[in-house]
Design a protein around this ligand. Structure first.
Ligand SMILES: Cc1cc2nc3c(=O)[nH]c(=O)nc-3n(C[C@H](O)[C@H](O)[C@H](O)COP(=O)(O)OP(=O)(O)OC[C@H]3O[C@@H](n4cnc5c(N)ncnc54)[C@H](O)[C@@H]3O)c2cc1C
Length: 372
């Protein structure tokens, strides 16, 4: 397994459950460590299948019922595994809530940490919510957050400032990480909202979502990162249509199957340039079903006109998640590609975690079968 984000973790989990011996190799934390705190799995599965033929979930060629069954298993087993690592999650892929970030703006999510779950915005409408502010912290303002919660979401929110005098000068939100949540005194509130990062929360409280660097992302990365070997894969050995080994300097990792869970630009799975490339095996990089190399300058123009569309660039796979070359062939029968390295969807959109979790889950199971 190359990659230590949520895709690599889920793939390793699935493969181990099916009896495979798994080695996870990761260079560093990737986009998973930056997520805001709300996992978006999928918005409307049927409409996705009907309208997005290049989406990695559509490319699996499975019907809605089969996908739903796999998502049910993947999400529940992931939640169980993470709770054993000390990170409790709530929600499921069939339900979608709205949660506020530190500025009071709403973001959708299907699965959230249990410390975030009580902050579902519709359930807080009309409730009195104290938003904890820390006067020593410069990059967050509880008064504006409370105002946004009130004006945008109909919540009776107000700021409750709590001084933490031992913070360093010019403190930022990251300095709150791991500190015990301070409880504001003499306030009348049904709920207390905290900026993300504290620990030991009182009852009737919740955390807001983060912007990067994200305490939610860091907690998740710590929960999934244990056991990964820190190394950078620089090449693969190939023979007779199969990958036989992955190389990191003079270390050689041999295996029966290999999973590429290398992420997009942040993870390092794709390298941007005049044309985006996959750096390890020179695999095909596609935009809406077409190899980017063949698109000439069209994608460059599009990048300026509509930067979000560039986010749909990435690897394409066959129905068994084998990555394709530019000409549409799947040259390696024991190589799988999963997670944000795949194109055809916006990786920080409605399937931000759905694609890594579902493709990781399926590839882990298929790879384990191959290894048996
Ligand atoms: C700022 C930000 C905020 C986001 N917020 C949300 C959100 O709130 N909700 C949501 O649903 N989605 C969100 N997303 C999207 C989501 O975080 C990603 O889609 C998801 O985490 C990708 O997971 P991944 O495992 O595929 O990739 P990554 O987490 O990027 O992991 C890639 C891994 O591969 C490793 N790697 C790469 N190349 C090599 C190599 N050669 N050798 C060894 N290791 C290698 C990297 O070191 C890393 O460990 C956000 C994305 C960003 C950037």
């Amino acid at each position: 397994m190359v990659g230590g984000g949520i895709a690599g973790y889920t793939a390793a989990l699935a493969a181990r459950r099916d009896g495979a011996e798994v080695t996870v190799i990761a260079r560093a934390p990737g986009a998973t460590a930056l997520y805001a705190g709300g996992m978006e799995i999928v918005d409307n599965l049927e409409s996705l299948l009907a309208s997005q033929p290049h989406h990695p979930i559509s490319r699996l060629g499975m019907d809605g019922f089969a996908l739903a069954t796999e998502l049910d298993s993947a999400i529940s087993i992931l939640q169980l595994a993470l709770s054993k690592e000390g990170l409790k999650l709530e929600g499921g892929w069939r339900t979608r809530g709205m949660y506020a970030d530190i500025h009071g703006l709403a973001r959708p999510a299907n699965v959230v940490p249990s410390t975030v779950a009580s902050g579902e915005l519709r359930s807080l409408m009309g409730k009195r919510v104290a938003v904890v502010g820390v006067p020593e912290v410069g990059d967050y303002d509880a008064t504006s957050t409370a105002l946004a919660l009130k004006e945008l979401h109909g919540i009776e929110a107000f700021a409750a400032e709590v001084a933490i005098p031992d913070l360093p000068p010019a403190a930022s939100l990251t300095d709150l990480y791991g500190r015990r949540a301070p409880v504001p005194k003499r306030i009348k509130a049904e709920w207390i909202a905290y900026p993300p990062g504290f620990s030991n929360f009182p009852d009737n409280s919740f955390e807001l979502l983060a912007s990067a660097p994200s305490p939610h992302g860091w907690r998740l990365q710590q929960a999934i990162g244990l056991g990964a070997i820190a190394a950078e894969i620089t090449s693969f050995d190939v023979g007779q249509g199969r990958i036989t080994a992955a190389r990191a300097g003079d270390r050689i990792f041999r295996g029966d199957a290999f999973i590429l869970a290398t992420g997009r630009h942040i993870g390092g799975g794709l390298r941007a340039g005049r044309s985006t490339v996959e750096p390890l095996l020179g695999l095909g990089v596609f935009y809406e079903g077409q190899a980017v190399g063949a698109l000439g300058t069209r994608l460059h123009h599009l990048r300026y006109l509509d930067p979000a569309s560039e986010m749909r660039t990435g690897l394409a796979t066959d129905k068994r998640l084998h990555p394709l070359t530019d000409d549409g062939a799947a040259p390696y029968s024991n190589l799988y590609a999963v997670g944000a390295v795949l194109g055809g969807y916006e990786y920080s959109g409605p399937c931000g975690f759905g694609v890594p979790i579902l493709t990781g889950w399926l590839a882990g199971r298929w790879a384990a079968k191959q290894a048996a």
